[in-house]
Design a protein. Structure first.
Length: 175
């Protein structure tokens, strides 16, 4: 209650993005296999690993695999060390789920094969140390978010709104 009483004197609002301004449930929006790979094969390899991940995007990948009726397999040697991404063996092939930035630092020649960035989140997939594809995601803005933020200035004299996020700047700007 003491905080709410002081709210009238605030002029700047700082919002967390994920789960506050968005629903906090990203969805797969694009599956971009490399070369002659297929979306289903890429999704199968990634989702088979993601069953064992705690990463926020793993749920979106598993939902996409279920929606596409992709049958998952049991991976081996699954590891998810901080800063290294997810990796394991799926159907005898080493599968790694990483980010564009980590791939560029690890293998600049492979990073050149990744499609240009677009709005949203993404993960980059390597199979047997070769670029295999990219999955793109988007976490939709809450339907009431725009009207709530727009009412802060006229109704409560807020003059500055900020967003705090660990996401890429492009995704924050989209929101």
């Amino acid at each position: 209650p003491a905080i709410l009483e002081k709210l009238d004197g605030c002029r700047t609002a700082i919002f967390d993005k994920t789960g506050t301004l968005t629903y906090g449930e990203p969805q797969v929006t694009e599956i971009l296999p490399a070369g002659d790979g297929t979306s289903d094969a890429l999704l199968r390899a990634v989702a088979s690993l993601e069953r064992y991940s705690r990463h926020p995007l793993s749920g979106a990948i598993l939902r996409a695999a279920e929606a596409a009726n992709v049958e998952l397999t049991d991976p081996a040697e699954v590891s998810e060390r901080p800063g290294e991404g997810l990796r394991g063996i799926v159907e005898g092939k080493t599968v790694q789920v990483t980010s564009r930035k980590k791939l560029a630092a690890q293998s600049p020649e492979l990073a050149e094969k990744v499609p240009r960035t677009s709005g949203g989140l993404e993960c980059v997939i390597l199979i047997d140390s070769q670029y295999a594809g990219t999955l793109r995601f988007r976490d939709e803005p809450r339907s009431e978010g725009r009207s709530f933020i727009q009412h802060l200035k006229p109704q409560h004299a807020f003059n500055r709104m900020l967003i705090v996020s660990g996401d890429r700047e492009e995704e924050v700007r989209y929101l």
